[in-house]
Structure formats: structure tokens, C-alpha cells
Design a protein around this ligand. Structure first.
Ligand code: TXA
Ligand code: MG
Length: 318
């Protein structure tokens, strides 16, 4: 495999992508959060290829993508609480970790042999069309080499994975821009990763939610401390940029540094999340050995997911 074709998101492109997936190939596709690297979740060899293409440690389980709640019910066991969450937030940027059905038919490589499974119903029309045309469950981590910045455009996917995957479907830029929120519902609700659905919205339905996540013993690879790492060093909560620093602002008045970069000139968290990973790449390309400094971002709503990704980008490299 030396070439990775870009497919258009029309019926013909979707049909070609579904055909490649049926043959056990890997296809990157847009979701509302980030681009996913899809493979047939029932096919051990396809799933093994996902880990190989990403250079991802095998102990990290993958999210299974499905077109609707009925398809999820064939793979996972839902109680009334899980069904209420699903009906409120699906399709959308939420992943639920649920008990795995014994007869789910999912490759044990997807769940890393656990008896729970992460499931998600994306709202993106291209993801929906691909899932329906393919007609089965798709395992799909973010379509980037392990530990690097997640892709929010087809060009980002090709930068990291060209020649290693069968195709990418180009659906333009991702609207949400950070990965899905992961909520564990095997036992008491636990937040495994902040993401596109603010935890405040989940708590309005479920009551207080504990944060799970022990960086030393990650059950979610998003919990590995150094992650989303650009090449350049990253510093956070910069209020007064030093000379020579490449500054990325947030809000009015900020972001008038040398590069004039800003997560959101208006201080809008939705806009900032959508821009985050593209800006990390842009800043990295411009930095040329300089430190990238980020202005403070409020720790509410989508700001929690943004700050979580920025802390990982700034963490000491292992
Ligand atoms: O927005 C997203 O969620 C994107 C798009 C492509 O859908 N996908 C994504 O996948 O971020 P990935 O593989 O980068 O992250 C999957 C997360 C990991 O942190 C993994 O450990 C967690 O889901 N996970 C999967 N199965 C799990 C399980 N049984 N228990 C706990 N965590 C699990
Ligand atoms: Mg990822």
C-alpha cells in the first residue's frame, strides 16, 4: 500500500469506502469530533491493522461506532439509566462504556479482552452514511499516529497516515474538534475523558459524576499524560507572552502576538474547541524551536476538554 486515495463524501465515495472496509481495509472518515480510523470491529485482522497503522499499544481498547441505538443494543447491555443518556445525547459526541453482550461478536482486540465495551453513535452525516452502507460495527480510534495531535481535517489524516491506510473520506473540517466525552456506566457513572458533551450536561441528567482517570494506570489512552504532543514545547496559562514565544490567544485583546494566532478572538469555547487541533499543528509548524504559549481558557463546559488536551500537549514527554 503506497497510495492513500481521498474519497469524496458522495454516494459513490461512501460505497467505495464501505467496500474497502468489507475487504478488511482501514478507512479514515469524518465524525463531528475528529476523524476516525475505521476498521470492521468483528474482524481480528482489520482491528490488528488499526493498532499497527497507529503504532498504538495493544492494551488500549477502541470505541465501536454504530448508526443508532438499536445497533448498540446488539453489542452492549443497557439499563434504564444508560438508555436515558443515550436517548438524550445520541447521535452526538458522547461515548458510553457499558457491559459487553456475550454474543456481541466483537473482536476481543477491540475491548482488550475486557467485559465492557465503548460505544458511540456519531451524528456526522458522512459517518452515518458510511455506517449504514457498511452495515456493521466500526472500531475507530482517532486517525493519527499514537500520541500525536488528533486530526480534524482530511489533510491532517494524510500527514500522519498516508500510505498506511486504504483511503480517507474527505468531509471537511470537524465541527466539534475535540474527541467525544467518555462516560463509564458499568457501575456508578464515571467521567473517563472530558470531551464534546460538557460534563455539566450529563450531571443535569445523572447527578454528580466522579472523575475517573489515573494517569499512572490509564484505562483510557486519552488518560496517558503526554498525548496530543506537538514537536515544540508548550506552556499553558500564559498571560504575558515572553519575547520570542509563539503565543496563541483566547478572547478579545489576546492573540495579537507575533503570529496573531488565537483559539477564539471572541472567547467562544465552541469555536475554540473546533480550532484547537488545527491551531496546535499550525503553531507547531511556525514554532521552529520556540516555545508555544497558550492563553488561559476557562475550566467550564467545553473548556474542560480543551484544557485537558492542552495539559497533555504540555506534559513532559515520556
Ligand atoms: O471522538 C472520539 O471518540 C473519536 C472519534 C473517532 O469517534 N475516537 C476516539 O477514539 O477518540 P480513541 O481510540 O482515540 O479513544 C478511545 C477511548 C480510549 O481512551 C479508550 O481507552 C477508551 O475509549 N475505552 C475504550 N474501551 C474502553 C473500556 N472498555 N473501558 C474504558 N475505556 C475504554
Ligand atoms: Mg486518540
Amino acid at each position: 500500500m503506497t497510495e492513500t486515495p481521498t474519497l469524496s463524501p458522495d454516494a459513490e465515495g461512501i460505497a467505495r469506502a464501505a467496500g474497502l472496509l468489507c475487504d478488511g481495509g482501514l478507512v479514515a472518515f469524518p465524525t463531528e469530533t475528529v476523524y476516525g480510523l475505521g476498521g470492521d470491529a468483528r474482524d481480528d485482522r482489520a482491528v490488528a491493522r488499526i493498532f499497527e497503522a497507529k503504532g498504538r499499544p495493544h492494551f488500549n481498547p477502541l470505541i465501536v461506532h454504530l448508526p443508532d441505538l438499536a445497533a448498540v443494543e446488539r453489542i452492549a447491555l443497557l439499563d434504564d439509566r444508560a438508555r436515558a443518556v443515550a436517548e438524550r445525547f445520541w447521535p452526538g459526541p458522547l461515548t458510553l462504556v457499558l457491559p459487553l453482550r456475550p454474543d456481541a461478536g466483537i473482536s476481543p482486540l477491540v475491548t482488550a479482552g475486557l467485559n465492557s465495551v465503548a460505544v458511540r453513535v456519531p451524528v456526522h452525516p458522512v459517518a452515518q452514511a458510511l455506517l449504514r452502507d457498511f452495515g456493521g460495527p466500526l472500531a475507530a480510534p482517532s486517525a493519527n499516529p499514537s500520541g500525536r495531535v488528533s486530526p480534524t481535517r482530511a489533510a491532517h489524516v494524510l500527514e500522519g497516515l498516508a500510505g498506511r491506510i486504504a483511503a480517507v473520506v474527505d468531509g471537511g473540517a470537524c465541527a466539534v474538534g475535540v474527541e467525544s466525552t467518555i462516560l463509564g456506566l458499568v457501575d456508578t457513572p464515571v467521567l473517563l475523558r472530558p470531551g464534546g458533551v460538557p460534563v455539566e450536561a450529563l450531571e443535569a441528567l445523572l447527578g454528580p459524576i466522579a472523575s475517573g482517570g489515573d494517569a499512572a494506570k490509564p484505562s483510557s489512552p486519552g488518560q496517558l499524560l503526554s498525548h496530543y504532543a506537538p514537536e515544540a514545547p508548550v506552556r499553558l496559562n500564559v498571560t504575558a507572552p515572553e519575547a520570542g514565544m509563539l503565543f496563541v490567544g483566547f478572547g478579545p485583546g489576546a492573540g495579537q502576538g507575533a503570529g496573531g494566532l488565537s483559539l477564539s478572538p471572541l472567547g467562544d469555547l465552541v469555536e475554540a474547541a473546533a480550532a484547537l487541533f488545527h491551531l496546535l499543528r499550525q503553531a507547531d509548524a511556525l514554532a521552529a524551536g520556540r516555545v508555544i504559549g497558550f492563553a488561559p481558557v476557562p475550566e467550564t463546559g467545553l473548556g474542560r476538554a480543551i484544557n485537558d488536551r492542552l495539559r497533555r500537549a504540555a506534559a513532559p514527554r515520556g
